[in-house]
Ligand binder design. Structure first.
Ligand SMILES: C[S@@+](CC[C@H](N)C(=O)[O-])C[C@H]1O[C@@H](n2cnc3c(N)ncnc32)[C@H](O)[C@@H]1O
Length: 366
């Protein structure tokens, strides 16, 4: 079976050089069981690796884009060969003039396909392998070209220093949310610009509202309710680096845990639909589905969901996000999947990757 999205969209370049879903939320939502089997969309690899570090017995990472699998493979080789500091350099999170040398040390750990991919793209390695995706370049364009027209560096820095919610609320209303912010963000994060430069026009085909509308509703959560100083995703978008917080898989305390369990990870360059078709019933204890269902029709979504319910063991959890499309278990699957609405709402409130309008957690019924 060919994935519906693969019929209309080209997948060969790195679209996501890092994962843009909060792995703290994912690890909590999946309640990873030691020794359990998990299926994960690979994307750039960080969140499949977080499941490895959380103690899964087997993680099957899947992506239909070979460039994304090359991102995952290079991370795996880097966890094996590099120190934590060197790893952050290779990613582009720490300054470095020796990324090609670090890559050379990881190279022999790659499959032929991944080696050919990275050998042919030294400029991407030099830039930092977590900075080189289409989506990261789009965010960098926002930071370099748009943000300075709205806020000074001093204003951006101040946001990360405000300690109380009350101070942030005042700052947000009086300083941050000005007319330029509203106008330029509506243009930059509108469908034409986001589709062309950030994601793909096909990714919002089923949208029921403009991305900017959804984003605008989520912003107070990231800038006011949560502490920006603890939000790596917000820091990356506004300053180009993780400053005072890192995503789960990049933290020093998780580095050794991931490295020690790398043999639990396997990967397939294929559509999740095809991988599911091969998996025995009841064989999977949880799935990280990123926001793949946003891209597909309700009929395609429901047929994948039915397969996920078949492959899931009793109590297995499916975790996925929505930005501008409402995807959640249809009534016809009531006896097979149970929504964990309270857990999802609790975790959504703490979700530092603030651009999703909701998080869905569904459990396979016994
Ligand atoms: C769904 S995208 C989402 C990234 C980010 N959350 C966003 O909203 O822009 C993450 C990854 O899913 C992969 N993907 C999308 N549909 C897929 C499918 N049916 N099977 C396997 N991988 C898929 C893409 O190639 C991409 O690397």
């Amino acid at each position: 079976m060919v994935a519906e999205i693969a019929k209309t969209t080209r997948f060969e370049r790195v679209r996501y050089a890092q994962c843009w879903e909060d792995a703290d939320v994912l690890v909590d939502a999946l309640a990873v069981r030691p020794g359990g089997t998990y299926l994960s969309i690979a994307s750039a690899g960080d969140n499949a690796l977080a499941l490895v570090g959380a103690g899964a017995g087997r993680v099957i990472a899947v992506d239909l884009n070979p460039a994304q699998i090359a991102c995952l493979e290079l991370r795996v080789a880097a966890y094996r060969c590099l120190s934590h500091g060197e790893f952050l350099e290779l990613l582009g999170q720490a300054p470095s003039g020796r990324r090609l040398c670090l890559y050379a040390r990881c190279r022999s750990g790659l499959s032929r396909a991944a080696r050919e991919f990275w050998d042919g793209r030294p400029a991407l390695v030099r830039r930092g392998i977590a900075r080189c995706g289409k989506f990261e370049r789009y965010l960098a364009l926002f930071r370099r070209a748009i943000l300075p027209l709205i806020h000074s560096r001093a204003t951006v820095s101040e946001l990360f220093r405000l300690e109380t919610e009350e101070a942030r609320e005042r700052f947000y209303a009086e300083r941050w949310m000005n007319r330029r912010w509203k106008l330029l963000c509506r243009l930059f994060f509108g469908r034409p610009a986001l589709g062309r430069f950030g994601r793909d026009p096909n990714f919002t085909r089923y949208a029921d509202e403009p991305v900017w509308h959804s984003l605008q509703r989520q912003l107070p959560r990231a800038l006011v309710t949560q502490r920006p100083a603890e939000n790596p995703y917000l820091q990356w978008i506004l300053t180009g680096r993780f400053r005072t917080a890192l995503p789960w898989a990049l933290r020093a305390e998780n580095y050794a845990r991931i490295r020690a369990n790398l043999d639990a990870l396997e990967w397939r360059c294929s559509a999740i639909e095809d991988v599911l078709a091969e998996l025995p019933s009841g064989s999977v204890d949880g799935c990280n589905l990123s926001d793949v269902f946003e891209y597909v029709s309700p009929a395609a979504y429901e047929s994948v969901l039915a397969e996920l319910a078949r492959c899931g063991s009793p109590g297995a959890r499916l975790v996925y996000w929505n930005v501008v499309v409402d995807r959640h278990r249809p009534e016809s699957m009531r006896g097979r999947l149970r929504p964990l609405t309270l857990d999802a709402a609790r975790l959504h409130a703490s979700d530092k990757a603030f651009f999703y309008r909701n998080l869905v957690i569904e459990e396979v019924c016994p």
